[in-house]
Write a protein that binds this ligand. Structure first.
Ligand code: MG
Length: 284
């Protein structure tokens, strides 16, 4: 058996401090690129999020930002040790869980490794597959891309029927149905706030004069920009980066109730620590 573990909100509680910090860093990055204050940047983010499903897509379309640079800027944590919250016994659980373990995350490699180190579980994983490792045939294809998953299952050398994807994002598990992999849904860390979803803005306040001026100016620039085709290609390449954060998350569930388990979810637990007990659910 090979366990493919997601990182954020699967192995640790990212909603506790890390997702809010990613949010703040994304807003600061947008303010820097646009040369505006953070309140305006925040409203621009809401606009991008509503139009494209992710801040990143708007930043690429209108400002030609490099996705890697954007993601790294949003994952800069000198104080990471105090921000990672892990359930007690996680390392022990991973050690006892029979089978190989691979980390499969849409986050950057350096951040992923730093979180594993802080959590004391880095050695449990034979490989960290991060966003930088999700290029397939020249296109960035993060989760929930099917081609990327098949590619990595082949590289790891495991038949889909012997792989279990452990995730908090249920829409990823849904996208992978039919591939033959098993799935485990971690529900305990779900919150409504996700990194590229800006804080909800009250209706009617998303387009004040300053925000509108920024948006108008860049729309004008965009219209006159050369290389529209290149833009389109780049947008296509990163369209999938936004997939995770676009997906509507179910409301936080108080208890993992097997009765409310979608068909494509083989085991549903509150935390990774409960996987061990529920392994029979995936037929091992
Ligand atoms: Mg996650």
């Amino acid at each position: 058996m090979v366990w493919l573990f997601d990182l954020d909100n699967t192995l640790h509680d990212a909603s506790y401090a890390i997702f809010p910090a990613i949010n703040a860093q994304m807003t600061a990055y947008v303010a820097r690129v646009l040369g505006c204050d953070e309140a305006t940047a925040s409203r621009v983010r809401v606009d991008y999020w509503q139009r494209y499903g992710a801040t990143l897509l708007g930043m690429i379309r209108h400002h030609g930002v490099d996705p890697a640079e954007f993601l790294h800027a949003a994952h800069d944590f000198p104080e990471l040790a105090s921000m990672v919250r892990v359930q007690r016994g996680l390392a022990r659980m991973l050690r006892r869980l029979p089978g190989r373990k691979v980390l499969l995350t849409n986050a950057p490699q350096e951040y992923a490794r730093a979180v594993l180190r802080v959590a004391g579980i880095e050695r449990m994983f034979e490989r960290v597959v991060a966003i930088e490792q999700m290029w397939v045939h020249g296109e960035l294809r993060p989760k929930p891309d099917r081609r990327m998953l098949r590619h990595w299952l082949a590289r790891i050398g495991v038949d889909p029927s012997r792989a279990v994807l452990v995730e908090d994002t249920v829409s990823h598990l849904k996208r992978y149905q039919g591939l033959g992999i098993r799935t485990a849904w971690i529900t305990g860390y779900l919150r409504t706030l996700t990194p590229s979803r800006p804080h909800a803005a009250p209706a009617g306040e998303t387009r004040d004069a300053a925000t509108q001026a920024v948006l108008d100016a860049e729309r004008e620039r965009h219209r006159h920009a050369a290389g529209e085709a290149a833009h389109a290609a780049q947008e296509h390449a990163v369209a999938l980066v936004a997939a995770e954060t676009q997906a509507p998350q179910p409301r936080r569930l108080k208890r993992a109730n097997p009765a409310h388990r979608p068909r494509y979810v083989h085991i549903k637990v509150q935390s990774s620590n409960q996987l061990h007990r529920r392994m029979r659910g995936i037929g091992s």
